[in-house]
Design a protein around this ligand. Structure first.
Ligand code: FES
Ligand SMILES: [Fe+2]
Length: 360
């Protein structure tokens, strides 16, 4: 797991003036809205006896612990200890850690790390979210898997002809080859565009979008944004129909990930089509789930030579390289740091040349 990033940790609509627990990075946080509707984020642990503040309540922007009633301001300072006699001072250490938050694209983003504000990696861009003509639905799914495996699954097109052979991949199930593609690398992200010629008739719902004779092939732009955001943009062979799946794969702990996702579409934008859009996104992820949960080791290896790579894996190699770079900058949280030290000794010169050539 990596520090120093903004994590899209909850949907904005789920955060109200009632305290809500959010778990990520092996920790618990409590979120609530103050009277200005701004989101406040605190560690979900009272400094007195460790009770979860998320079971408490909000009073005039402050949060009250449900155990002995200590009251904390939005900056984490304790301002009242009900059991104290008048005049007994409040200990200086009676305060809770607070975290920077911002809201964008329907998510609350929490920053966890030690970088000054100007040095923090920015949020990814998703201009379609506020653009006219797009309709958004959202959902979430829990995986018994490490977030790095979940993210890699989403940005990997070569599994579509297999795992999704009976759904949106049915048109390419008999021709799984992926043409070589270029990876466009940026400071915190990378993307690649692949095209899929439908050799067979696609079944079900997808046939309306993919079976147009003589039209251009389906084009999919796959991107990731460090450390846990994926974005798939489907450019359909008809008109200017597009669909974007933007997901935050939240690292809950080393074995659990919750993907909070939004699907944006610029066709069938009436509300009656929302349920179907949501159902199809979820169905696709449920097809991936048992395979991703079966992967071993659970976390992607920091040693690039530990698994085998072929040209269609170029985008995932880009992710592994950026991930490793973050670890080398000291942004890894404990578990990863020790793994990095083990693996550093094993990187062969030959493999570095191979991956450089795939990525450059
Ligand atoms: S545990 Fe919170 S007030 Fe005692
Ligand atoms: Fe998939």
């Amino acid at each position: 797991m990596l520090k120093n990033f903004w994590y899209a940790c909850e949907f904005s609509s789920a955060v109200t003036s009632k305290p809500k627990r959010v778990s990520l990075l092996n920790q618990d946080f409590v979120l609530y809205r103050n009277s200005n509707k701004e989101v406040v984020a605190l560690k979900d642990q009272c400094p007195h006896r460790g009770a979860a503040l998320s079971n408490g309540w909000v009073e005039k922007d402050c949060i009250r612990c449900p155990y002995h009633g200590w009251k904390f301001q939005t900056d984490g300072t304790c301002i009242q200890i009900p059991a104290n006699q008048p005049g007994v001072p409040i200990p200086k250490k009676a305060r809770i850690d607070t975290y920077p938050v911002q809201e964008k694209y329907g998510f609350v983003w929490l920053f966890w790390g030690d970088l000054a504000e100007q040095k923090r990696p920015p949020l990814p861009s998703l201009t379609e979210f506020d653009a006219p003509g797009w309709r958004v639905v959202s959902g979430e799914l829990q995986w018994n898997a490490h977030y790095t495996r979940v993210l890699e699954n989403v940005i990997d097109f070569s599994h579509v002809a297999f795992i999704h052979a009976n759904s949106f991949g049915s048109g390419i199930a008999d021709q799984p080859q992926i043409e070589n593609y270029d990876v466009c690398l940026e400071e915190w992200s990378a993307s690649a565009t692949v095209t899929a010629n439908q050799s067979k008739k696609t079944k079900g719902f997808w046939k309306h979008f993919l079976n147009k004779q003589g039209s251009r092939p389906l084009s999919v732009t796959l991107s990731f944004y460090m450390p846990n955001i994926s974005r798939l943009e489907f450019d359909f062979p008809i008109g200017h129909f597009k669909m974007i799946l933007f997901s935050s794969h939240l690292p809950i702990d080393d074995k659990t990930t919750v993907s909070k996702w939004i699907v944006l579409r610029n066709f069938l934008t009436a509300p009656w089509a929302d349920g179907d859009a949501r159902k199809r996104a979820l169905k696709t992820m449920l097809e991936d789930k048992p395979i991703v949960e079966s992967q071993s080791p659970q976390v992607i290896p920091d040693d690039l030579t530990a698994e085998l790579h072929v040209p269609s894996d170029a985008l995932s190699i880009a992710y592994r390289k950026l991930h490793k770079q973050c670890l080398e900058m000291g942004w890894g949280m404990e578990h990863h740091v020790s793994q990095l030290h083990d693996s550093n000794n094993h990187i062969s010169e030959h493999f570095q040349i191979l991956t450089n050539s795939l990525i450059s």
